[in-house]
Design a protein around this ligand. Structure first.
Ligand code: ADP
Length: 442
């Protein structure tokens, strides 16, 4: 039956009952010759009955008792039946939601990572899973305290205060054992809570260290034999062995390439081993830009137009050796990936936030957009044949990225196929310093 039909049936039954009662009262009143008193009595009785039903319903609702599932015909029966249905629906929904919450909690408990729900304002830990208790040494449920007490380290505090959700915090010491290394990731759980996921990365970091040591050791071991081969090749004069001339040339080229590869690998290992620069000096930019120009001219051998513009009038703070290596990698790439008669611009400018940018722009081949995010990976090349032809090792941009990381800078790459590329090293205001008078003439 539809809702409308049910409602009509209830109204009809109630009105019929009312009319029947009044008709019976009128008949009895007429017979006893007391029509009005009996009609009034029946009206009071009906009113009393309604109050009694209302009282019974309210009492049940106040006491939060379950209503009965009545299959009556009157308005009150319908009301009770509808409220009973609502109660049942509400209970079913609560049960379903509880099941869902329990499911999520079970999933969070089974996760191999430590998970903590943290209040954004106070840092209070509202909930955590079993792994969090084991990994971070937290007490029994309900006595977790604040995340600041668990991680007293200032770096973690600053990271939490900023609410850094896009960058995980790598390699933090565990509060229980400094040899256990943790990675922390923050997720926005609700407008007032963070979800902090903590993972034990000790093994991962050890493997990473093993890889670094392996590459560094192999490169180091290769250095001496390569120097010997290089030395002997230099002694051999092509004029003495005319039939071996082309072969000797190729051997010299390949051994120079291998030496460059070994040097680049060693540079990368050295950069990777540093978390921060041990010493920051003033990097005089005017002479550095001049050196870059000379290097570019030597590499280009007159095949390109090379322009250097220095409008920043400030110097950088950091390592001259590393910054020189990064910038000259970019300049060398610009020369190598720009066809003859192309133009190369090196610009050193200030940025709006008070920092500085060194941009190397070329009018070369350009790079298709899909390659841009991967360019700084080791040995990543857009065109292997062109890179080999021009003598690249595939490690240049990796070195640039590492050097900039050490200077809290970043590499911005813009490129358009057929038009050219801009590689910009962007430095924050903390990496620049006023230029001392006289150095711009160097
Ligand atoms: P490589 O030694 O091969 O040049 P890099 O790490 O310096 O290695 O560069 C990675 C790749 O990025 C290069 O192989 C090249 O394909 C591309 N690339 C770098 N600089 C430029 C540039 N200025 N113009 C076009 N492509 C470039």
């Amino acid at each position: 039956m539809t809702v409308g039909a049910l409602l009509r049936r209830a109204w009809r039954a109630s009105v019929a009952r009312l009319l029947a009662i009044f008709a019976a009262a009128a008949l009895l009143g007429w017979w006893l010759d007391a029509l009005w008193p009996l009609l009034a009595l029946s009206a009071f009785a009906i009113l009393g009955w309604h109050y009694w039903r209302l009282h019974r319903l309210l009492a049940r609702l106040y006491q939060r008792r379950r209503l009965r599932d009545i299959d009556g015909r009157g308005l009150w029966d319908d009301l009770e039946m509808l409220l009973h249905r609502r109660q049942n629906e509400g209970r079913a929904r609560t049960k379903r939601l509880l099941g869902l919450v329990r499911g999520y909690r079970r999933a969070a408990t089974l996760m191999p990572d430590a998970v903590l729900l943290v209040d954004r304002d106070s840092g209070r830990i509202d909930w955590c899973n079993r792994q969090a208790r084991e990994l971070l040494g937290l007490g029994p449920q309900g006595s977790e305290g604040t995340v600041g007490a668990v991680f007293p380290d200032a770096t973690v505090r600053a990271w939490l205060d900023v609410g850094q959700t896009d960058e995980p915090l790598l390699d933090q010491a565990s509060p229980l054992d400094a040899n256990v290394r943790l990675s922390l990731r923050l997720l926005p759980y609700s407008p007032s809570q963070w979800l902090l996921v903590v993972r034990d990365v000790t093994k991962l970091l050890r493997l990473e260290q093993l890889r670094r040591d392996f590459v560094a050791n192999v490169s180091h071991e290769l250095r001496t034999p390569l120097t010997v081969v290089h030395g002997y090749l230099d002694i051999l004069d092509a004029d003495d062995y005319p039939e071996l001339g082309p072969m000797l040339d190729e051997m010299r080229k390949q051994s120079a390439r291998m030496s460059q590869l070994v040097e680049d690998l060693l540079t990368l290992s050295r950069l990777e081993a540093q978390e921060a620069l041990a010493h920051r000096e003033v990097v005089a930019m005017a002479p550095l830009l001049l050196t870059l120009k000379r290097e570019a001219q030597a590499l280009s051998a007159g095949r390109h137009q090379i322009h250097v513009e220095d409008s920043a009038n400030i110097d950088l703070l950091g390592s001259t050796r590393e910054l020189h290596s990064a910038f000259s990698n970019l300049v060398s790439n610009a020369v190598r990936y720009t066809p003859v008669d192309g133009r190369i611009d090196v610009r050193f400018e200030r940025t709006a936030d008070g920092g500085a940018v060194l941009a190397v722009q070329d009018s070369g081949y350009g790079i298709p957009a899909q390659h841009l995010p991967r360019l700084t990976e080791r040995f990543y090349r857009v065109s292997t044949s062109r890179a080999r032809e021009t003598g690249g090792t595939g490690l240049g941009l990796s070195i640039v990225k590492h050097v900039l990381n050490l200077h809290q800078g970043r590499l911005d790459i813009r490129s358009e196929v057929g038009k050219g590329s801009v590689f910009a090293c962007v430095f924050g205001p903390e990496a620049v310093v006023e230029r001392a008078r006289g150095t711009d003439e160097a």
